[in-house]
Design a binder for this molecule. Structure first.
Ligand code: KG4
Ligand code: ZN
Length: 339
């Protein structure tokens, strides 16, 4: 079965053809991130306008070499959560295709679907039960997966998400958007200069020792703000300090994510760990998981499948094949992840 999947929740316009939930046939992503770099963050109205311009060329490109009428069996669409203007573009386009073709259409929760990138183009299918960790721009959530069809929310961030922490602290340091890769690059420079951990500025690891399955990253942002203000007052916010603070931000976020995940693995006695979402593209996070997640099977998608794209939307829809009448599908910016 081939599914045409469409994803427009934020600043990426994406379409993909996925076969049997496991194989990527085509995968097209157009991003307006470069446009947002200038403003240091996403302006929803600008992102939505770019979605309108990109959606038809992106779907057309994803279908190249295939016939929508003959080759595509169903349509999968991100219905939420996300930015309303962006979501509407994908949702209404997908509904139009469904209305005209009569093909089944499946609405998909974008956040949960991130985990399904781990089922794509791999011979190493995760074993269940599994723990899912979604770390994206707006979400940091734990899920328990009894199987790819049976999933339960366990806990998540009570304020800023991990990606948001990267983006907001990058902004405080005057770095570009999205913040994750920018912070990571500066942290790497700090490591290359061979300064060992323990020197220079240290930042907190919020809620790391807390027993719950919740996260909080706003304290980290406040701590960075305080350090930046202190250095600015003394006119000392040099490249060296920016690299030091970036290093600590990356260490703090990855330490908290790894430590909490190890506790959850222990608690729920899972066989595999599935990580997904933009922050899963972080190399330091992968390094730490590889070092520490000893006796579970670790699954992290390749970086280009971590950040927003439509492939995992198609995979999720294949494993959770619940088509709806297109008239009943609507964009839901606040779609809940607590399932
Ligand atoms: O999943 P995603 O592409 O979009 C959302 O659904 O939010 O995640 C975007 C987030 C951004 O906050 C971005 O800074 C972060 O993922 N990100 C990274 C890296 N690449 C993207 N964070 C840390 N390291 C990276 N290499
Ligand atoms: Zn995402």
């Amino acid at each position: 079965m081939k599914i045409l999947a469409i994803e427009t929740s934020c600043d990426e316009t994406a379409a993909a053809i996925i076969e049997d939930g496991r194989k990527i046939i085509t995968n097209i992503v157009a991003s307006s991130a470069a446009m947002h770099e200038k403003t240091g963050g996403i302006i929803p109205e600008m992102a939505a306008r770019q979605q309108v311009t990109s959606i038809i060329p992106v779907i057309d490109e994803a279908l190249k070499g295939y016939s929508f009428d003959r080759d595509i069996d169903a349509i999968a669409i991100t219905s939420g959560p996300g930015l309303i203007g962006s979501l509407l573009v994908g949702v209404e386009s997908a509904k139009t295709l469904a209305m005209l073709s009569g093909k089944p259409i499946i609405p998909v929760n974008h956040v949960i679907a991130h985990l399904y990138a781990n089922f794509l183009d791999t011979n190493d299918m995760p074993q269940f039960p599994a723990l899912g960790l979604v770390v994206s721009g707006g979400h940091t959530e734990f899920f328990y997966l009894k199987s790819p069809k049976e999933l339960k929310w366990l806990g998540g961030t009570i304020d800023d998400a991990a990606g948001e922490a990267f983006d907001k602290t990058a902004r405080l340091l005057g770095l570009g958007f999205p913040g994750g890769p920018e912070i990571s690059a500066k942290a790497k420079e700090f490591r290359i200069r061979n300064l060992v951990e323990g020197q220079g500025i240290k930042l907190p690891r919020p809620m790391m020792k807390d027993e719950s399955l919740n996260f909080s990253f706003s304290g980290l942002k406040t701590a960075v703000h305080r350090e930046v203000q202190r250095l600015k007052r003394k006119n000392e916010l040099s490249e060296g300090w920016i690299q030091n603070i970036s290093f600590e931000i990356e260490e703090s976020i990855t330490d908290v994510l790894v430590e909490k995940t190890l506790n959850a693995i222990e608690k729920f006695k899972v066989k595999s760990l599935l990580v997904g979402g933009g922050v899963a593209a972080n190399r330091r996070l992968t390094e730490k998981f590889k070092l520490k997640a000893g006796n579970v099977n670790l699954h992290i998608p390749e970086p280009k499948l971590c950040t927003d794209n439509a492939t995992y939307i198609g995979s999720y829809a294949a494993f959770n094949y619940f088509p709806l009448d297109w008239r009943k599908i609507e964009a839901r910016p606040d779609l809940d992840v607590e399932v």
